[in-house]
Design a protein around this ligand. Sequence first.
Ligand code: GLA
Length: 655
Amino acid sequence: MPKLSDVTRGRILFGGDYNPEQWPEETWHEDIRLMRDAGVNSVTMGVFSWAKLEPRPGERDFGWLDTLMDLMHTAGIGVVLATPTSSPPPWMGRLHPDTLPRDADGRTEWWGGRQHFSHSSATYRRYAAAITEDLAARYADHPALTLWHINNEYCTFDHGDEAAAAFRRWLRDRYGTLDALNTAWGTAFWGQGYDCWDGILPPRRTHYLKNPAQVLDFRRFTSDMLLECFTAERDIVARHTPHIPVTTNFMPLWTGQDAWRWAEEEDIVSVDLYPDPRDPLGPQHGALVQDLTRSQARGPWMLMEQAAGPVNWRGVNHPKPRGLGRLWSLQAVARGADAVCYFQWRQSRQGAEKFHSGMVGHAGERGRTYQEIRRLGAELALIGPEVAGGRIRSDIAILHDWHAWWAGAQEGRPSTEVDHPALLHAWHRALWESHLTTDFAHPEHDLSGYKLVVVPQLYLLSDTAIENLLAHVRGGSALVCGFMTGVADEDDRVRPGGMDVRLRELFGIRTLHEWWPLDAGETVACDGFRGTLWSEEIEAAPDVTETVRYKGGELDGLPAVLRKGQAWYVSTLPEPEALRGLLARVAADAGVRPVLDNVPPGVEAVRRGDLLFLLNHGRESVTVECPGTHRDLLTGTTVMDEITLGRYGAAVLGP
Ligand code: GLA
């Protein structure tokens, strides 16, 4: 199986999306000059080129791309070649309206934007396969080709008629009989029993709440349909170029794809990441996405897109202050990226993203953005040979599962204040701030390598996953679970007692009487801290080894946190400092050490291979203790016992 290291060959890939079709040919030459000057060694082309490559049905115009592939090769720049299938040409929707998706209200998503394709449309799939086939055949032997990039940020839903037929086929495969489907969906409720397959629809607009099991299956189906689109194109390019790796770029923690499953189908896992420069927790969001992507990749991964400056899709779009782009790029490298790429190379002058930054902004070569890109390119070239391929070791895994997210995020739940990604962020933050490096894992993955497993929330757990958690604790390792975990089975059926009995026994919960969700901003007092979002009326079993109790209010004296041996249950969301303290203690008990001790606030410490990355996310200089003698790869100087990092400063320390 081809790998990322086949492409990087001891370097860090540096570059971005390049859309030369937006520019006259003389600009291409200027671009290549600037790319070389900036140390760009990789460009992604063709992402949105379908209308250019196939201007009329069945016609082909590859001439311009031939020229660019040759130019890139001559310049020593590798090409990540994209299949253009995320934005079909306007003629397709006009001639084949069946290729256009429909939303839950039956409204068509027309051309004029992008991603206006129905994943279930046979016509779309036929055209997508044909252009992919011709692209792959044409460039299979081109020396500039380094990697295939299939489609772009798969993220669409379709409630149309062809999708409905595909949904029925998918359901038949899953359930076999209508009886099994009716049982799984609990259609006895509200008289929804189906008498024939043709009666089943995607969850279109309804008068009141939808059947949650139907919605859950529709999410699963959508992820699977998009994955079919991906694997169909992947198989075509792989047939032509078995030695060239294939990826598709994920959106960070995107709800629409079961990215664990998807990652298994990719040679390389890549992600697009756009933290808000103004968000004080932007770096932590970045770290979370990077940890998740590395875990999906089971090793080095690609940062396929980030912004060199502002994006244009927030309400107010802030630029990156001087130094921040470099810092966040080094953060990605610290957390396992072997590619630091951007959307896009040259900022557009027209179109919907003309106010989205590029590596070369409207200010051009003299602009601060390009100058910072240049500096970063040189630094990545410097550290690349020692960093690329390096592994990150973690004794802690945070569990995350898309199906649990989908099931738990439905209408009709106990509290709309509870948000799965927000919980993941809160728990990851507690570990991140303590410099405890974490992987992510699926609840059914092999957890034997982890001393501590952390479950912010897994509302839905399969029996296999539950047995996996039990085995983890039985094997002597630690487990901490947040509230609303193990509530439902795979059909979103509430387990007897409101939480799986095996888990209740594991944590020493005798009875779970009621959930007491909290209002926005409301807190609940516990011994030594305040809880937010949620509380629970729990009766502990006699064999519990430790409890922290609720104080005052309706739950006064009842357990808020329970511990039975190595298994902890946290029935509220402790405020950040308390959660940090709790997890630091559990980690220490489990024998997990932070990357570095005495790290000042705002500084992130990560170890990749035998390199120590220190990243100052603050605007003030700060001195970090790092006992011993180190080589600073970025400056070439020797560092003894401590190092001072300026505003947004970073150091990469080697032995
Ligand atoms: C995504 C897309 C790009 C571009 C950027 C803008 O990541 O893949 O084409 O639209 O967003 O931030």
